[in-house]
Design a protein around this ligand. Structure first.
Ligand SMILES: Cc1cc2nc3c(=O)[nH]c(=O)nc-3n(C[C@H](O)[C@H](O)[C@H](O)COP(=O)(O)O)c2cc1C
Length: 176
């Protein structure tokens, strides 16, 4: 798929075909794309847990509180994104410059992950609404969990939506 098509056709999928599994090759390619993203001091302060089957269902349930994200229960694969420590230079840079590089690095990596998924005909939704404690217990980790990504194939007939975005003038200015 051409790059601009990848950008315009990627959309948050909230209707998955529960019978179509994602191949390990596709999952690994998406994780590899995430790992190619730039990160402050090349620190890559993140770790991905690929969840399928019964485990994936438990993860999906942890994302569905208060009626949210019910579609996650149909996603055949969920990727939990947690923080990992900075390397030394990123830790020092972050402290001295008072910048949260880790959030930026995770956002960039996840962006590349979902774009590679789109490139492969897969559908994703980034989830920021989840029960972190439940996920920490499931994954047996104390690390801060930042995102969950649903990954699968959109149900047949799931329409491509028109993008709703701020007008370009509202997000950019040019100064000379
Ligand atoms: C950090 C983050 C958290 C999000 N959390 C959720 C979520 O919990 N549930 C959901 O359905 N969509 C979630 N989204 C998807 C956004 O709603 C979506 O990206 C935005 O509305 C733009 O739509 P599009 O992705 O279809 O272009 C999240 C996106 C981001 C980047």
């Amino acid at each position: 798929m051409d790059f601009s098509q990848v950008l315009t056709r990627r959309q948050s999928c909230r209707s998955y075909d529960p019978r179509r599994e994602v191949s390990k090759e596709d999952v690994l390619a998406c994780i590899e794309a995430a790992g190619l993203a730039p990160s402050a001091c090349n620190s890559q302060p993140y770790y991905f847990t690929v969840c399928t089957g019964e485990f994936g269902r438990a993860v999906a349930k942890a994302c569905t509180g208060m009626g949210m994200n019910k579609f996650a229960l149909d996603a055949p694969c969920l990727i939990v994104v947690r923080e990992a420590p900075y390397n030394k230079t990123a830790a020092v840079g972050s402290k001295f410059k008072n910048q949260d590089y880790r959030s930026i690095d995770i956002g960039l990596a996840v962006s590349q992950l979902v774009l590679e998924a789109q490139n492969r005909g897969l559908a994703t939704c980034i989830l920021g609404w989840f029960d972190e404690k439940k996920l920490k217990d499931l994954l047996d980790t104390d690390a801060h969990i930042r995102l969950v990504i649903t990954l699968g194939y959109a149900k047949e007939g799931d329409p491509l939506r028109k993008k709703s975005r701020k007008e370009i003038e509202k997000i950019v200015e040019f100064k000379e």
